[in-house]
Design a protein around this ligand. Structure first.
Ligand SMILES: [Zn+2]
Length: 272
């Protein structure tokens, strides 16, 4: 909620307005900004941060919220923007099949967007049972546990033995990144959408890429995605992704336990 507006702000912003924010502000003037690649802006600035009661944002990074969107759901704007960019990069087309590895916030948002983009069959691979159940409730045709089941065999069963038109790796797991190449159909697209450990490698057979005419893509940040993501907020199931809301004072223990808790998205509330 806006508490104060700088004197140089030209837009329609006033104290009391409900907004969501992008933590980055591209300069708009450099080579990358002017060639459609603002996520590689050389002179971008970062907001002062969100794990605080107050934070400072440039007006170009602040977006008015639709009335029907609550502040907690709006806090998911940034992951929604990531899922929007990922879905766009994946080039999901009506009637196509999609596999998603990872049933966390990004994977479950990509699932919702893929279905809205017209995907006809979607499989979600995720080891946590609660997340698989949620993926099914959100519309996944098939969920698999990669630690207990043969993902490739089950995937082939869903796609008449062909594999998927699009495979989106949204877990950051290297094994899943490798498996993505075993799940994709001829002329298909693999999107390595996780943040993988720097320096880690995954075996790739160039002959397979030749033989199947595959495309392997990646995503970095979410350029030009925020206004569209704001307009999608009322259309997406976001409440189900919020596992808990904790006061700012508890942030250290929340971060410490987040990974082992099985939580999807944990929110930090900066003020009462
Ligand atoms: Zn720039």
């Amino acid at each position: 909620v806006i508490v104060e507006v700088g004197s140089a702000v030209k837009g329609d912003f006033a104290p009391g307005q409900r907004v969501a924010m992008n933590f980055q502000q591209a300069c708009g003037a450099c080579y990358y900004c002017q060639s459609g690649r603002e996520h590689f802006c050389r002179q971008g600035t970062m907001a002062t941060g969100a794990f605080a009661e107050y934070a400072l944002y440039k007006e170009g990074s602040v977006y008015h919220l639709p009335d029907e969107v609550g502040l907690q759901e709006a806090a998911l704007l940034e992951p929604v923007s990531v899922a929007v960019h990922m879905t766009e990069v994946a080039g999901i087309m009506p009637g196509r099949s999609v596999a998603i590895s990872g049933g966390g916030t990004i994977g479950l948002l990509v699932l919702q967007l893929a279905l809205r983009a017209g995907a006809s069959r979607v499989m979600v691979s995720e080891p946590v049972a609660e997340k698989r159940a949620l993926a099914e409730r959100l519309g996944a045709d098939l969920t698999v546990d990669p630690l207990a089941q043969d993902v490739v065999r089950m995937a082939k069963g869903l796609t008449e033995e062909r594999g998927f038109d699009t495979v989106i790796e949204a877990s950051g797991n290297l094994r899943a990144a490798e498996d993505a190449l075993a799940l994709v159909d001829n002329c298909g697209t693999v999107v390595w959408g996780g943040v993988y450990p720097d320096g880690a490698t995954v075996p790739v057979r160039p002959f397979q890429l030749y033989q199947q005419e595959l495309t392997v893509k990646s995503v970095y940040c979410s350029p030009f995605s925020f206004p569209r993501s704001v307009s999608l907020l009322p259309k997406l199931e976001l409440k189900a992704l919020i596992s808990g809301v904790h006061p700012l004072a508890d942030i250290a223990s929340v971060l410490e336990h987040h990974r082992s808790s099985g939580a999807i998205k944990t929110l930090i509330q900066p003020a009462a």
